[in-house]
Design a protein around this ligand. Structure first.
Ligand code: NOJ
Length: 454
């Protein structure tokens, strides 16, 4: 929503949503409890050499057993919105087939507790924990997964539609397709051809469509749905018309296969030219699902590529970062706060989105220790402050950013980087399960309370 009275010195609008985020597999633990099936990450993490220190998701933050105290802590920090995901293998241990009532019961208990603590749920249907049984039948390379997801989405939205009104279909398609089936760094760790990887994208887009369809069919009054994308973000080297135009051209090119696709009636000619014979197989009716209108766009923003106008006639020049460019301990996480400004502005101006949520933003560091009861994570406070300022600038410039979810509420299982990489504003001691809010948590509490970037 655009507010024309908003200026650079206004507090964040009253309707602006501040929240925190996490995901089922990364925090719940209880990986084989109450009938939960094996996920591809349970499987992958047991293959030697795939995950740092051989860390598994077996216990994680033990949120499965401690959610009530976690929500009490969230509430005490002033958090009113929490983005979580539902673990598909808890609901359908084999992905399809038999339903596990204990899985549904767990999420009812969880939502009851959130209710008691005054926390609104924002629920992602799929955050990477594909049931292993589906992987054994082709995983994202197969339409079997699409059919299974359609049933899973229908089941979950029917079950929880009366108490969940904000739905996110999928989290970061690139990560569970390209990185998982192309580069092999994420579960299931396959290295397939470009044609196969493009097909996994197509199947993911179909599942996004099924998620939207399920929410429209069973979400009830007031239900809203959108995709969370980790688009490739460009930042113009100078905020001049020529560099901005170059950054926009790069952004459109890089995001053709996800953002481009969900807005179209088919893949764009530029995409089809690029992939040539490796184009995905599309069946009649696929784009009726993929192109279903959504209510908002979720963006996970962490970093960006700097782009400037081409020097000798090219449309753009994307710069490699010098080795001493600042970054977090996550090797990919270069610090480019303007990423939030440009990603939201481009999604608004180029695709017409008029409700955008930052569904994740945060930073991962190692070796954050509790000393005298405190974790002085000034590096994270700085990261958050710089990014929140860019969210605020976007709103002041008329970009409809309606909310911000900080990743993450608590240190958790950072996929192939295991537990050493900490993204939380709450420290988790994985030996004792003691939680300690870091300095950044107290900082964020003050930001939420004053609705100002302090
Ligand atoms: C993206 C993912 O959605 C989340 O699961 C991950 O932990 C964070 N980014 C940090 O890498």
């Amino acid at each position: 929503m655009i507010d024309t009275t908003f200026t650079y010195s206004s507090p964040f609008p009253d309707t602006f949503v501040f929240g925190v985020a996490a995901a089922s597999a990364q925090i719940e633990g209880a990986a084989f409890t109450d009938g939960k099936g094996e996920s591809i990450w349970d499987h992958f993490s047991r293959i030697p050499g795939k995950v740092a220190n051989g860390d598994t998701l077996d216990v994680a933050c033990d949120h499965y057993h401690r959610f009530d105290e976690d929500f009490a802590l969230m509430a005490s920090l002033g958090v009113k919105h929490y983005r979580l995901s539902i673990g598909w293998p808890r609901i359908f241990p084999q992905g399809d087939g038999e339903l596990n009532p204990a899985g549904l019961a767990f999420y009812h208990r969880l939502f009851d507790s959130m209710d008691r603590h005054g926390i609104t749920p924002w629920v992602t249907l799929f955050h990477w924990d594909l049931p292993q049984s589906l992987e054994e039948r082709g995983g994202w390379t197969s339409r079997v997964t699409v059919d299974a997801f359609a049933r899973y989405a229908d089941t979950v939205v029917r079950e929880f539609g009366h108490r969940v009104k904000n739905w996110i279909t999928l989290n970061e398609i690139r990560c569970f397709t390209m990185l998982a089936y192309g580069y092999g760094t994420k579960a299931p760790g396959r290295r397939e051809s470009a044609a196969v990887v493009n097909q996994t994208f197509h199947h993911a887009l179909l599942c996004h469509g099924h998620g939207v369809r399920a929410v429209r069919a069973f979400g009830g009054e007031g239900a809203r749905v959108g995709l969370t994308d980790n688009c490739d973000v460009s930042v113009p080297v100078t905020e001049s018309p020529a560099d901005i135009a170059a950054a926009e051209a790069w952004f459109l090119d890089k995001n053709l296969h996800v953002l481009g696709a969900i807005h179209g009636k088919g893949y764009a000619p530029a995409y089809l030219d690029r992939v040539g014979a490796d184009a995905p197989r599309v069946e009649p009716g696929d784009f009726d699902l993929i192109g279903l209108p959504t209510d908002f766009l979720g963006l996970n923003i962490y970093t960006a590529t700097y782009v400037r106008a081409g020097r000798s006639g090219e449309r753009y020049d994307a710069l490699s970062l010098p080795p001493n460019y600042p970054r977090a301990d996550s090797a990919w996480l270069h610090l480019v706060p303007q990423a939030i400004y440009w990603a939201t502005r481009m999604c608004h101006e180029l695709y017409g989105h008029d409700a955008i949520y930052i569904t994740e933003n945060g930073c991962g560091y190692n070796d954050e220790r509790v000393v005298n009861g405190e974790v002085i994570d000034l590096h994270r406070r700085d990261y958050l402050r710089n990014h929140l300022r860019e969210v605020h600038r976007a709103i002041a410039d008329g970009v409809p950013v309606d909310g911000y979810f900080l990743w993450s509420f608590i240190d958790n299982y950072e996929w192939e980087d295991g537990y050493q990489r900490r993204f939380g504003i709450v420290h988790c001691d994985f030996e004792t399960q003691v939680r300690t809010p870091k300095l950044s948590a107290h900082y964020y509490t003050d930001v939420m309370r004053t609705r100002t970037v302090l």
